[in-house]
Design a protein around this ligand. Sequence first.
Ligand SMILES: [Zn+2]
Length: 300
Amino acid sequence: MSGSHRFIRQAPRKRGPGLLSAVAVLAVAVAGCASFELSEGATLFGDQTGCGGHRAFGPAAEANAASLTSLPLTPFGRPELGWAIYAPAIAREAHTACAADTRGFAYALARWQFSHGLSPHGAVDPDTFAAMKDAWQARRPFVALRKAGICPESPTRLADLTPDESRLDKVVQLRPRALKALRRMVAAARREVPEIAADPQQLTVFSGYRDPAEDAARCAAELNCAGLVRAECSSHRTGLAVDLVLGAAPGFTDDSSDDANRLYQSRTPAYRWLVANARRFGFINYVFEPWHWEWTGERP
Ligand SMILES: [Zn+2]
């Protein structure tokens, strides 16, 4: 249990109809003014109309504004402070385009919490974050295989990206249908977001299929097996995983997992568009790495 509940108005202890009706009353009170469904082509946090929300969610909004940069979490095996990096993914999960410190966001999160058996207070806390992470990871077929102790074989067919689709000097490959889906997605992003269209580097690929043998050799040669997982069984061996250029914070590389870089990337129009829209094209994000996306249209 965390101390992050302290600002929350006491939720009804009673289970069943009591809680349900309390939530229903709140939902009716704020319906239409606090949250809205994401439409096609949405970019998260673009339009804050209607995010003022009901005052009942004021305390939760204040709590979120503070915890955004201060909540201690260890979401992916490494301690982090705050959840700003994950705010777009959380907003997407809660079906809201409202910014993280608004009442509208808190209301949407409360709905999500309620539908996931959590106390619907509208504030991000460690339990809510853990449930979100479970939901994100559960959508990755590769993760399910790894949980079952399976490391998938390399695909039998791969297709080459064109030189202007990748940022590397060597040929990048993906499974043919994954590449088709990627092309459709990048074309849509360029159509829908002027900032992406203006920079031809945006959403080019800096890693696709990776030969497991090469990965292992590099890990040994560089004496850098920090990504031991990568060497042992990376999702890039499936030909379904792709690392996309989003831009990097000054002084960082495109794949730097430094928190400052990930925060920078999480705020780019490209990432926010992807979070809102990539699912339309079958792509799911590994949220710890804003650049890493997996196509789910075929079994890994
Ligand atoms: Zn990757």
